[in-house]
Design a protein around this ligand. Sequence first.
Ligand SMILES: NC(=O)c1ccc[n+]([C@@H]2O[C@H](COP(=O)([O-])OP(=O)(O)OC[C@H]3O[C@@H](n4cnc5c(N)ncnc54)[C@H](OP(=O)(O)O)[C@@H]3O)[C@@H](O)[C@H]2O)c1
Length: 244
Amino acid sequence: MKTTGNTILITGGSSGIGLGFAEEFLRLGNKIIVCARWEDRLNKVKAEHPEMIIRKCDVSVEKEREELFNWIKANHPETNVLINNAGVQLGTDISQPLDMKRVNAEIGTNIVAPLHLSSLFIPLLKTKSESAIINITSGLAFAPLAFMGIYCATKAAMHSLTMSLRHKLKSTSIKVFEIAPPAVDTNLGHDRRDDKTQSHGGISVAEFLKEAMAGITGDVYETCVGQAKGLRMKREEVFNTMNK
Ligand SMILES: NC(=O)c1ccc[n+]([C@@H]2O[C@H](COP(=O)([O-])OP(=O)(O)OC[C@H]3O[C@@H](n4cnc5c(N)ncnc54)[C@H](OP(=O)(O)O)[C@@H]3O)[C@@H](O)[C@H]2O)c1
């Protein structure tokens, strides 16, 4: 897709991978709108990048998704790219009684939100000569880590839904991309860690962006970055290694 002159909404654009995309697309000459739940982090983004537009929104809440879309339609109707990036990773032992609040939060944020937001935006995106939906999934969509089984299942579902959406929209102006990151050093998983300074490691956001942006620029509709490539190709084989 073209990487300049777009207006791009990035969900979860206040940290990590979403913020990385926001900064890169801003540098390339795009108008950037980021949304997230916590205002303090959004305000920090605005202080560092006054050109970016910020919007508080919890995408796991249906009413807030509708309000976000209506606000975009009224104030930034030229929006032609939606990046479904917001995600949470909660460790959940699926062999134990489940805390359904946590289960619903993870499924609501990682599957229902991108599915619903896409459906809200599709009529608007269809009116543009060039437009795109970019879904951020995970290498774990292809081989799950059992201790975070629900997270991995949400990403597997998003891989499947992205394929279906791409097929359904193939005769429209909307290109549907999937980017599957490997472990990237961000705040992801802080919800399940006692020590909030601890990260799960992985490659830097800058390194991740090089491959992800190459895929987007080159119209490669599915880009598995770094080690996510191995998970895609050898899913059963790596499952046993990963879950030792
Ligand atoms: N980092 C990795 O290793 C990795 C690997 C594979 C895939 N991914 C995927 O990459 C995406 C970005 O994650 P990240 O690693 O950049 O994590 P991150 O640093 O924790 O960023 C997550 C972003 O999503 C926002 N967010 C979370 N829940 C939200 C909600 N309900 N509504 C609106 N915004 C919400 C967060 O802001 P607030 O908390 O303020 O809402 C934050 O801006 C996720 O979909 C994740 O699953 C990451």
